[in-house]
Ligand binder design. Structure first.
Ligand code: NDP
Length: 329
């Protein structure tokens, strides 16, 4: 049998953690032939609840689940980790300034990056889900100088999937026949869901985008504000869809994207793609093979797209400068 892969999930007792862990343990993230060792990291107040989740995981008797450890010790949590899903983050609370939020998250993602640097496996791959995800990923990467920066990513896959779904509805086609949308920039309201190169059951996305009133006044805000709409309807933030996107991100990163299809992921910019400056974690159209993301080259960027990408990138640069000012990167 294959050697187990060690998967560390932070914020394991949270909503997303609860929707995520059972799918990892059942093999949906790394495939049906790969056993997993789960490490659940929580803050002390969350440990008891995470232990309860671990009991339920035991009770599923998943054949692929080799072990589960629950801890509040960041060093122990990342020892030998192959895949890190950084879900736990400090939510913005009433009256909290942005600087306070960034500082609080720096206190979480800095030490986690350092623990990954010190103890994770050589092939470690990290997905940051906890918000502000792009900048949290940057902070973690900066604290892990011995780990290639390409191993730190942030999640825009849920935005990508939301765009696929909205586009399928508009085109009146099954979502499985829609592909190659792109989320550019930050996982925030400034993100740009680009459908210019999409394939909507054989119909070019550009044709749908030509209806600017629909595209810019309906589609783009619907995708960008979907999280708020779900909170409004459900009375709680999206959890299963966020967990699903995390599963798909890691699945595709490790096992590859299908031929002829790309997805979206926020990766460390090296400054060589689409005019995005180096040193920020920004979302691009990407494919994966051999366990590495690669930016899809040569897509035409319209004036509209340029303007929207630049605006989201400007926000990422501001976030980077803010955390640099706090000494976090
Ligand atoms: P959730 O599990 O619902 O969310 C966790 C994080 O994911 C939040 O930062 C949330 O951002 C983010 N997120 C990213 N994309 C989405 C999306 N599309 N929809 C919803 N959320 C998204 O939070 P809970 O409060 O239920 O659980 C958090 C857990 O993390 C708690 O158990 C807490 O104890 C733990 N924690 C653990 C830490 C650690 O292990 N060191 C550190 C800090 C907290 P947003 O806030 O913007 O919704």
């Amino acid at each position: 049998t294959a050697t187990p892969v060690t998967v560390t999930v932070t914020g394991a007792a949270g909503q997303i953690g609860y929707a995520l862990l059972f799918r990892i343990a059942s093999g949906q993230m790394l495939g049906p032939d790969t056993p997993v060792r789960l490490r659940l990291l929580e803050i002390p107040a969350g440990v008891r609840a995470a232990e309860g989740t671990a009991m339920e995981l035991d009770d599923c008797a998943f054949p692929l689940l080799a072990s589960i450890d629950v801890t509040d010790d960041v060093t122990a949590a990342f020892d030998g980790t192959n895949v890190g899903l950084l879900v736990g983050a400090r939510p913005r609370t009433k009256g909290m300034e942005r600087g306070d939020l960034l500082a609080a998250n720096g206190g979480i993602f800095g030490p986690q990056g350092a623990a990954i640097n010190a103890g994770a496996a050589d092939d470690v791959r990290v997905l940051v889900v906890g918000n502000p995800a792009n900048t949290n990923a940057l902070i973690a990467a900066k604290h892990a100088p011995d780990v290639p920066a390409s191993r730190f990513t942030a999640m825009t896959r849920l935005d990508h999937n939301r765009a696929l779904s909205q586009l399928a509805t508009r085109g009146g086609v099954p979502v499985g026949q829609v592909r190659n949308v792109t989320i550019w920039g930050n996982h925030s309201a400034t993100q740009f869901p680009d459908i210019a190169h999409a394939d909507v059951a054989g119909r070019p996305g550009a044709e749908l985008a030509a209806d600017a009133a629909w595209y810019l006044d309906e589609f783009v805000p619907t995708v960008a504000k979907r999280g708020a709409a779900i909170i409004e309807a459900r009375g709680a933030s999206s959890a299963a869809s966020a967990a699903n996107a995390a599963i798909e991100h890691v699945h595709d990163w490790v096992l590859g994207t299908p031929e002829g299809e790309w997805t979206s992921a926020a990766i460390m910019s090296d400054g060589s793609h689409y005019g995005v400056p180096e040193g920020i974690v920004s979302s691009f159209p990407v494919t994966s093979s051999g366990g590495e993301w690669e930016v899809v080259e040569g897509l035409e960027v319209s004036d509209l797209a340029r303007e929207r990408i630049d605006a989201s990138v400007a926000e990422l640069l501001e976030e980077r400068d803010a955390v640099a000012g706090l000494g976090l990167v």
